[in-house]
Write a protein that binds this ligand. Structure first.
Ligand SMILES: [Zn+2]
Ligand SMILES: [Zn+2]
Ligand SMILES: [Zn+2]
Ligand SMILES: [Zn+2]
Length: 305
């Protein structure tokens, strides 16, 4: 897929305005069927994600425009909810969740524990392969039962620094990673499952960080609205993903549908026009030729190479 920046009309021309109004009117008249909520939009600037947060989709709800016979027009999407911006994303880190820390019982909250290296046992060394005793066998050719060096064995086992603890006799506690505390994933760092999951990490025991998503890099143009103000043109959109509504899930037999978008016959690409002059700001999806993403076709292309 080529991702070069297309030429964009620098103002909302009558054609675009008509497309926006057509969708608005169909919405008002109830001439649509709900498809689901957008969970991902891919533009030339990358992906915008709209994850489900607390069981509520954060992406705009979209539907197909329908004609008088209630037949869906698969090329005309209507956005049915106002523009609420792009949500911040939460990502799990490798760090312990700070809200449910508990003293580590494995290392007694020291962060270290006795080396588990075979033969070390905390001494810091292990015994190497046997060598003839330098005090008896090496000197007189046979072992001396009175030898102090080998206690009469005739052989000695030299001490070798333990590879696991490097001679310290201790290793970092793998349970708390040397931090003396670990996250239990339970409320307040409890170890009692009856208290329920930690409300911060929801039992995942990991700290989450919040990442802002910025819409600006995805805005191709600010179109002067001939009526009153600017309309942000987000796109061109190359693909998008819809988390289907309950009804659509049953029909499609899948929870999500993916779509690819190409230029339409008029040479237009798909844009989401965010009209910030209305209150609340309202998004419109216009232009482009929308096709269902065919995963099988990709697999065939890859395997035939
Ligand atoms: Zn000896
Ligand atoms: Zn050791
Ligand atoms: Zn520990
Ligand atoms: Zn937690």
């Amino acid at each position: 897929m080529t991702k070069r920046m297309p030429r964009v009309r620098k103002q909302v021309n009558p054609e675009l305005l008509a497309m926006m109004q057509e969708r608005l009117q169909a919405h008002r008249r109830g001439q649509f069927i709900v498809l689901g909520s957008i969970s991902l939009i891919e533009t030339f600037a990358g992906a915008l994600r709209f994850p489900v947060s607390n069981n509520v989709p954060t992406g705009p709800t979209v539907g197909y425009m329908t004609d008088l016979e209630k037949k869906a027009d698969l090329q005309k999407l209507i956005v049915l909810t106002p523009w609420e911006g792009v949500p911040a994303l939460t990502e799990k880190t490798e760090e312990f969740c700070p809200a449910c820390l508990h003293g580590c019982h494995v290392c007694n909250e020291s962060g270290r524990k006795i080396c588990e290296g075979v033969g070390c046992g905390g001494s810091g060394y292990t015994l190497g392969p046997a060598e003839v005793c330098p005090e008896c066998v090496a000197k007189i050719g046979k072992f001396d039962p009175q030898c102090n060096k080998c206690q009469g064995h005739g052989a000695i086992y030299p001490k070798v620094e333990c590879v696991m603890c490097k001679g310290s006799g201790q290793i970092v506690c793998s349970f708390c990673k040397g931090q003396t505390r670990y996250s239990t994933g339970l409320k307040g760092g409890s170890t009692d499952f009856l208290v329920g999951r930690c409300t911060e990490c929801h039992g995942f025991q990991r700290k989450s960080i919040t990442k802002e998503q910025k819409i600006d890099p995805h805005v191709n143009a600010l179109l002067p609205d001939p009526r009153n103000g600017p309309v942000a043109a987000v796109g061109p959109i190359f693909s998008f993903v819809v988390d289907l509504s309950e009804e659509q899930r049953e029909q499609a037999g899948t929870p999500v549908r993916m779509f690819d978008v190409r230029q339409d016959a008029a040479g237009d690409q798909l844009f989401m026009l965010i009209d910030s002059t209305s209150t609340p700001a309202w998004p419109y999806l216009v232009g482009g030729l929308i096709t269902e993403h065919n995963a099988d076709a990709n697999v065939m292309m890859i395997s035939s190479r």
